[in-house]
Structure formats: C-alpha cells, structure tokens
Design a binder for this molecule. Structure first.
Ligand code: BGC
Length: 832
C-alpha cells in the first residue's frame, strides 16, 4: 500500500520483507494489501543486531521482579506491605463472544498459517527510525499513532478540543461526534489504531495530563470514554486507552489502590469502554500496587480479560515494559514501539523476530524454545490483534499511511515521498466550534455582563498574552520545543504526545475584533498583550467600558518541562502573572470579564469576589476555534490547594515512588461532600443565560431479575471462564428509572444538564453522593421537558472485595437530582 504512494521497493523490502513464509501465501492479506505479492518477493530485510542492550540490561531500573510462574507478587518497600498485586494466571484466550465470533474465527484461521517468526512480527513493533511512518508500526500492516485530540505531527488535520472540554459539555452525542470526526481523520491518514482517548481520572488537580481525559468522576469519564470509542470505532479506527491508575506525569510510581476503589473508580471507565467493544487498550507507565501496569496480571488477565471479557488486544505504552516474560504471562499482547527504551541501543531494527533491542522480538522465540512461554500465548496475542483488525473492517479498502511522524515535508532527506498532504479536515471546524462553545463554562455573571452587548459598546480593553496569537506561530516554540512544549499566546491545547498541529488557530483578539466590527464597527478596541506591562493595562482599562482579561494555565506530559513544570503543574495558580493582570484591570475597569484557558482547576480567590470582576468563563482548552460559553465544570475548583485530598508527590527517595490512594472512593467532589468543605465552584457547576425550574420527581424500580441482591455470575478467577464483554450482562440491566420535569422559565432558549446523584445505604460507606446519570437538554424559553434517566444494576452496586463481585446493598438509596453536585433541586428514594 505504501508502494502506491511512492515508497520505493527497497524501502518496502525493509518494511515488508520480514513477512516471508506462510504469510505471503495468505489470501486474506493479499486481498487487503494488494502490494503484498510484490513485497513477498523482496529479500528479507537487513537484520541490524544491537548488543548494546545486553550490556545495559543489568543496570536497568526496577528489575527486582515478581516470580509470576510461582505466584510470588512484586514485593513492596517497608511501610507499604499491604499494597501488592496478586498474580492471576493463565492469560485468558479470546473467546469470540458478544459480537466478536466471526472476527475471532477469521483471526484464528489466519494465525494458524503463521510461523513463530511471523507471529512475533505482529506482536513486536518495528521501524521507529527515520524511515518510519507512524509512532508505532507492527505486523508490517498496522499503524499506531497519537493523539486524543487529532492526528499528531502532520498537516491538513484538525486540532480538536481536549478531552476535558469534551467532558465539560456533558453531552454524549457531541462527544461521540467528536470521536467519529477524529476517527475519520485518523483513518483518512491511514492510521489503524488511535492512541486515545485518554481515560485516566483527574485525581490530582495539578496532574499534567488531566486535560487529555474526561475529568474527575468515573461515571462521567465512563460515559465520555464509551461515547468516544463508539465514535472512533464507527469511523473504522481501533481506539486505545491508558490502563490504568496513572494520575501523575512522572510515570514511575506505584499507584497503591485498594480493590474496591480500583473497581468503583479507576477501572470503571475502562469497563464502559469494553462494554461498547473497545478493540485495543494501552497499559500505562505507572505501577499498580508495586507491579508495572504492562505486567500486572491481576489487572490484565484478571480484570480486563476475565472479569470484563475484553476481546481485543492490549499494547504497552511506549517503552513502558520493564521485562519480557512477565508481561507475556500477564496478558500483554503487543510491545510498543518495540525497542527497550528511548536512547537505548538500536531503535530501528528492521526485523522484530530477530530484534535484540527489545523485551520481545527474538526474546519471545527464546522464551518459547526454553519452555517459559507457550506458543499458544503468542497465538492468542496475534489472534486478538487480528480479531480487532477484522472487527473494525480494516481488511477492506483501508487507506494507506500517507504521512510521516518525522515532519510535514513532502520528501524525506533521501528523496522518498513521505507526506502526501491528504486533507482530512472535512467540515470538522463546525463541530470543533460547537464543542468549544458547549464546553466553555460560565462560572460568574453579574450585572448582566454576559452575553456581551456589542451594540452598546464604545471602547473595549482586551488584555493578556492569552488573547493573542503565539508570536512564533501556532505550532512553534521559541527555543524549538516540539509538541506544544511552551506557553506562548492563547492556550488551546496542553503539551506532549496528546497534541496535534493546529491547521490554523483562531486567537481571541482577532475573533473578538472581527465579531465586534461586524456589529458595531466604531468600537475602539485597545489591546495589551504583554502580561507584565501593567502600566499600559491600567491606562487602557481606565478608558474602557468593558474589559476582557485572558489568562491561562498549562500542563502536559512529563518528558517536556515548561517553565520548570515537568508535566505536572508546580502550582495551581494562573500562569504569566494572571492574578495581577486581572487585579490591575479590575482596579480600573468596572466591567472586567475574565476568560481562562486552563488545563484544570486554578485558584481564583484573589479576584473572584472583586466587585468589578463581573464575569468569569472557564474556556478549558478548546482546540482551533472558540465561542460562547455554555456548560459545566468536570472537576471541583477549590478555594485553596490544601482543600484537595490528593496532590502531586514531586519528590521521593523510593526507587518507585509510592502514591497511596488513601482517599479511596473520595475522589474530587466526593471528598468535599464527605468533609463538608466548601469549594469555590463545585463539580457539575455552570451558569446559564436562562433559568430552569425542576419538578415532579418519580423513582420507579424495575422488576428484579435475581433474588439475592447480587449479580448472577461471579467475575472470573484464574481458572474460570471469561465473562461476557463488559462483565456479567445482568450488571447492565436497567433496575430503575428516575424521571422529572424541567421548565425553562427564562427569556431565551438554553441548555440544561440535569445530574442524578445517589446516596447509598449507610452500611456500605460510599461517599455522600455519587454521580449516576446526566443528560443535556436544549429547552426553549417557556417550554418544559420530561427527563428520564435509567439506573443500571452496576450503578446501584458496590464492589464486594470478599465475594469479588458487584452487590446491590440492602436499604434506602437517596435520589438527588440537580444542576450541579451541590445544587440539588429534587430528592427522593429507591429500594431494591
Ligand atoms: C504516551 C502515550 C503516547 C505514546 C506515543 C507515550 O509517552 O504516554 O500517550 O501514545 O507516548 O507517543
């Protein structure tokens, strides 16, 4: 396929020559990849062996590993003894249940024809050097590529609003459309597997990668993850997520999480992903209970594959593996990007099956030959990978890879066509704008400051570097950092691998200027975009009737440090002297409107109650376009940093930092509720330009399907059969419906997001309220609508660690319906 786009046959030989043998005789593949015939006649690629790894292996960190075979878990450092992860063996084979039967059968038939070397070529990534096209390449057919906001590192693509903005819309349909649009762009460029969406929860306010994912609540993140995956996969790409429990950017940490919290909080969104048929999952860099995520047999074999019945494949995060045999036994199916570590040895060995700079590659053959790993485990790895490929229909007319991760230039240094500049943007800018608007959160609005009445404006002051374009260009950084690893100009995405190039970036200053001129061309627009020229700000503010102050706070992935922030933010205050900019403006301008482009919560106490700060919009990080505010915050904004119960652990003397999730179930608003701490803006809060009245709550339990308050099938144990996809089907039965009426009593149409929270019976020690339903409704002025929210059995269950099962507790559930986690409008009860 790449041949057709101008890649030379010599290069193809390097890429595809490793196929060889039986694979070249396979008709399925011949059909899917018509160039295979010519490729198969190429000589096997050059095998560039690197022995460096043998030299450095002994000094690689964290090699004091569990004895998986003998069931001995990784040990914990003193004081953390209870935080170990049990060994769960064997790795369950894919079963083909729940809609996967045909794909698994086809994959099995195909895999049966492969030699061991060919199978290894599918499990182990290859070709990450200068000639590689995607961030991950495997099986000589699969392109794995970032990111959760667009196709990374190439051109003619869209830069979508971040995951945190998607969650802030509280709109499942919009989130699914976003997934579909991003999936279409990836497919259009030839990407098979998108490395997204980000699914980790925002446990810690300052955590660097929070913006890539869907906020601080497992239910909201679960809905957003499932909707995104449905979107991606209906466009035809395989979606991957980060599994699991990585809450900080430093990545070599043991997230010590108890079993109940793991199930009810951190695995929850992944279960929703599996339930909707996610075809690929990525394990994370962090350790969970001392065991690195990619070799955590409890999580991969036990939870993901048995309990949740996951039928797809699990790949490692990039160079996350720290061992070869353990991940293979623990259920890992694909090693990405193939080499052992960044900067370690040869990064670009052309034949995975003989590669020596890999935890797998030739090592897998050795493991099979010496009996430590059965070939059937490798068969299942490859079956899962091809089952996912068939499941998404990627064997039919899939676009070829038409870009390279190494730049936007058309030809490589040696004259090969590497970027065909395929334009995949379509009309996505419309959706981006819609989500940008739906995810901008109005947090304060006094004196009718918003919406702006442009007709009445005479003179407006616009302040802050965040209002303006990046002087080095939207995708550049002074000093040359890549992947948006700097904070210059308006902030529309964070930094790291979760990024994409802007095709253009609508900066607020130009957009507002154009908007104002289209309505009232005589308005004087005074802009000061130097955050520290407070004299100029003050002078302009004193003349203006309305002032807009743009401020921001940035964060990203830990491999880039920006202004001393190594991924995670060092503080949760505004960047670039934002507080001073606001206070200087407000001291001279009676109508000061603050717009914040922020990756997560910031402290606003020094100015939020200032009488001249009339309005505050949290616009998140909206991607290439931005618009009017609409909905609600997907995390708690506290009054002080200390009000949060979890924080980044910046330094530690442990070889593997120990981060114990002592707060257990009390993530975010659950903690504020449980300890009666008043937040500045609570989870789920967002103002509207209109008003709503709630009434008529009804709670209707549905007939029971079982007698003993438990699910009918226990989750898998090592030797038990794999559960249906997503877990026991009874867990997803609707057990009750909560309905109520919302009337728009204001003057204009508006969106409302009713939120359903449950208070569990006291005996089970849940936090005071947990989100279990929401929807977003556009209601015309004066109209009312009846809303019905279903509760599934899982929504009213707790994870019983002794029974290792979901259990519906006896007793009274409090039903709370409101427009935020603290603005409860209706209450009722339910019993099961
Ligand atoms: C990140 C992943 C990303 C991968 C490839 C890793 O560092 O954690 O999210 O997909 O790199 O760029």
């Amino acid at each position: 396929m790449w041949l057709a786009s101008g890649i030379t046959s010599a290069q193809m030989g390097k890429t595809y020559g490793i196929l060889g043998g039986e694979l070249c005789k396979d008709e399925t593949l011949d059909k899917a990849f018509p160039v295979l015939g010519s490729i198969c006649s190429q000589t096997t690629g050059i095998v560039a062996l690197s022995f460096v790894i043998w030299v450095i292996r002994p000094i690689l960190p964290h090699l004091a590993l569990a004895d998986v075979v003998n069931g001995i878990p990784d040990s914990a450092p003193a004081g953390f003894d209870q935080w170990t992860s049990p060994i769960v063996l064997p790795a369950p084979n894919t079963t083909g249940q729940n809609g996967w039967a045909s794909s698994v059968a086809r994959a099995r038939a195909f895999v049966a024809q492969l030699t061991l070397a060919e199978k290894i070529n599918v499990t182990t990534g290859v070709d990450t050097g200068a000639s590689s096209r995607c961030l991950g390449n495997t099986g000589t057919i699969l392109c794995l590529h970032d990111s959760p906001i667009g196709v990374r590192l190439t051109d003619f693509v869209s830069a979508f609003p971040a995951g945190i903005n998607a969650a802030s819309t509280w709109d499942r349909d919009l989130i699914e459309k976003r997934g579909y649009a991003m999936g279409s762009e990836h497919k259009g460029k030839g990407v098979n597997i998108v490395l997204g969406p980000g699914t980790n929860l925002a446990r810690v306010a300052a955590a660097g990668r929070n913006w890539e994912a869907f906020g601080a609540d497992p239910f909201l993140a679960g809905v957003a993850t499932a909707a995104s995956i449905e979107g991606y996969q209906s466009a035809g790409v395989i979606a991957g997520t980060h599994f699991c429990g990585g809450s900080e950017a430093k990545q070599v940490e043991s997230s010590n999480i108890d079993d109940r919290t793991l199930h009810e909080v951190y695995v929850w969104p992944f279960a929703e992903a599996v339930k909707v048929g996610v075809a690929a999952v990525m394990c994370s860099y962090n350790y969970i209970n001392q065991t690195q995520a990619c070799q955590n047999s409890k999580l991969i074999n036990g939870v993901l594959k048995e309990e949740l019945g996951f039928q797809g494949f699990i790949m490692s995060d990039w160079a996350a593996m720290i061992n070869g045999l353990q991940p293979a036994l623990a259920g890992l199916d694909m090693n990405m990007p193939g080499f052992i570590g960044y900067g370690i040895g040869d990064q670009d060995q052309p034949d995975p099956s003989t590669a020596t700079n890999s935890w797998w590659g030739s090592e897998l053959s050795t493991m099979v030959n010496n009996g430590s790993l059965s070939e059937t485990r490798i068969d299942d790895m490859v079956t899962r990978i091809f089952a996912a490929w068939y499941q998404l229909g990627q064997d039919e007319d899939y676009p070829h890879v038409s870009f390279t991760q190494h730049g936007q230039q058309t030809f490589s240094a040696d004259g090969q066509l590497v970027n065909e500049h395929v334009n995949v943007q379509g009309e996505h800018y419309r959706l981006i704008r819609e989500i940008g608007a739906a995810s901008s959160i109005l947090l304060k609005n006094t004196k009718n400051a918003l919406p702006l009445r442009v007709k009445n404006l005479k003179r407006i002051g616009i302040f802050g570097s965040d209002a303006a374009a990046n002087p080095d260009g939207a995708n550049n950084c002074a000093g040359g950092a890549t992947s948006h690893g700097c904070s210059q100009g308006t902030l529309a995405q964070g930094w790291g691998s979760g990024t994409a190039y802007f095709p253009y970036l609508v900066d607020p200053l130009s957009a507002i200027g154009t908007h104002i001129r289209s309505i009232n061309p005589t308005v004087v627009v005074d802009a000061v975009t130097n955050d520290f020229n407070l004299k100029a700000v003050s002078d302009a503010a004193s003349l203006a009737d309305t002032c807009l102050v743009f401020v921001n706070a940035d964060s990203g992935e830990g491999y880039i440090t920006v202004d001393g922030n190594a991924g995670d933010r060092n503080n949760i205050t505004l960047w670039h002297g934002g507080d001073n900019l606001i206070l200087t403006t407000a001291s001279r301008c009676a109508n000061t409107i603050v717009v914040a482009h922020i990756v997560g919560p910031v402290l606003v106490e020094s100015w939020i109650d200032h009488p001249n700060v009339t309005a505050f919009i949290n616009a998140g990080i909206p991607g290439q376009e931005s618009d009017e505010p609409e909905w609600a915050v997907a995390y708690t904004m506290a009054k002080t940093r200390e009000d949060y119960n979890a924080d980044v652990l910046y330094t530690s003397s442990d070889p593997v930092t120990q981060i114990t999730y002592e707060e257990a179930l009390e993530i975010d608003y659950r903690h504020f509720d449980a300890h009666d701490i008043e937040p500045r803006f609570e989870f789920g809060f967002g103002l509207s330009y209109t008003t709503f009245v709630y009434s008529g709550l009804e709670t209707a339990p549905h007939p029971r399907r079982d007698a003993d308050h438990t699910t009918t099938s226990a989750p898998g144990t090592a030797a038990s059969p794999v559960n249906p996809v997503g877990g026991p089907t009874e867990l997803y039965d609707v057990v009750a419906t909560v309905s109520f009426t919302i009337k728009n009593t204001g003057p204009i149409a508006g969106n409302e997001v009713p939120q359903l929270y449950l208070g569990f019976p006291a005996s089970v020690n849940e936090p005071p309220k947990v989100l279990r339903g929401f929807t977003r409704k556009l209601i015309a002025a004066g109209s009312e609508t009846r809303v019905a929210l279903d509760l599934r059995r899982k929504d009213v269950s707790v994870w019983d660690v002794v029974r290792q099962d979901w259990v519906v507790p006896e007793g009274r559930f409090e039903v709370m319906v409101g427009s935020s986690s603290r603005d409860i409008k209706l209450t009722g009860s339910l019993e099961f």
